[in-house]
Design a protein around this ligand. Structure first.
Ligand SMILES: [Zn+2]
Length: 331
């Protein structure tokens, strides 16, 4: 095993410019006390947040994160006593006000090991206004030894007051080639790598989920078939697919999230002719984009958001699927 492989380092792919900017900040002692990493789901935000925690806590000031010191190793093993992750309250990506208050109290406590404590808020998109307000003061005037790191798909999901007190940085998906290499390093086979990259481009997280999780694979196939049914305005097929996906709530949610991505891809294609890959089937998104007006795309997106609200509000998956089918056909 080479020296490089024996380092405890999160396998961040691409985003080299961002990482070197952070390294520079650490050398100059200018690391932000509140950081937001944003970018599409699966592009490696949480991995970079972990790398950043390592950078903050590394004992080697010159070569941080070194991947060798005790701090780096503890962060790599998710066992560092000065790194704390805010737990979601169970609703879609939300943190409870109690969780935020608990973290505020923790943030006032001095670090166990070194100079800093890091507080991670993964998937902050669904954070309630109350929870964000409860955080405001800590982020505005953080204790000198505290660092807050948020990850979110979109900056738009955070309150401007909170956002204005953070350093926001974009995390980008890598190229399909870099993604394939990263998957090869994780011991996936050539054929399956090609299939996954064809579906999700340079989004390593989505590719891994597709290759390792049967329910994700099924959701991706269903979302592609649903896009085709929508493109053909085939109401019967739409209802059949939605009803099948509604066998359980989580599966329906997963499928609709991907369908929403397909819809965004299709909408962007009609507007700009370009293709940011969020969805899982380019051909189906292309078919959907033909004859798609911005107004219809918005109405369909609204119908999907409403379905999420229903699922959160304890409407059954079956009822949600039926109502969504009608709304999509009317859109
Ligand atoms: Zn280190």
């Amino acid at each position: 095993m080479s020296t490089a492989e024996s380092l405890s380092m999160p396998e961040v792919a691409g985003n080299e410019q961002l990482l070197s900017e952070f390294r520079q900040m650490r050398r100059q002692n200018h690391l932000p006390h509140a950081l937001l990493l944003h970018g599409e789901r699966g592009c490696g935000k949480k991995l970079i947040a972990k790398w950043f925690s390592m950078l903050v806590l590394c004992e080697d000031g010159e070569h941080a994160p070194c991947g060798r010191c005790k701090s780096c190793r503890l962060v790599a093993e998710d066992a560092h006593p000065d790194v704390m992750t805010a737990e979601h309250s169970g609703k879609r990506m939300g943190f409870s006000v109690e969780t935020v208050r608990m973290i505020r109290r923790e943030a006032a406590v001095l670090p166990n090991n070194g100079d800093m404590r890091v507080f991670l808020f993964p998937d902050s998109d669904g954070m309630s206004v109350q929870a964000q307000n409860a955080l405001l003061k800590s982020v505005e005037e953080p204790p000198a030894h505290s660092c807050f790191v948020f990850t979110a798909e979109s900056v738009g999901s955070l309150l401007p007051t909170l956002l204005s007190r953070m350093t926001a940085k974009t995390v980008f998906p890598v190229t399909p080639g870099e993604c394939a290499e990263a998957l090869l390093r994780r011991s996936f086979q050539d054929g399956e790598i090609r299939t996954a990259v064809a579906k999700f481009g340079g989004n390593i997280g989505k590719c891994i989920a597709y290759l390792t999780d049967e329910s994700v694979r099924r959701a991706a196939d269903d979302a592609a078939a649903l896009s085709t049914a929508l493109a053909q305005r085939n109401e019967y097929e739409l209802l059949r697919l939605l009803t099948a996906a509604a066998s359980d709530k989580e599966q329906l949610t997963r499928t609709l999230e991907l369908l929403d991505c397909q819809l965004r891809d299709a909408a962007v294609m009609t507007l700009e002719g370009s293709f940011p890959r969020l969805g899982c089937d380019r051909a189906a998104a292309e078919a959907l984009s033909a004859g798609l007006t911005p107004r219809r795309a918005l109405r369909m997106h609204g119908a999907i958001r409403e379905a999420f609200a229903d699922l959160d509000g304890n409407v059954s998956a079956g009822l949600t699927a039926t109502a969504l089918c009608a709304a999509l056909c009317d859109a």
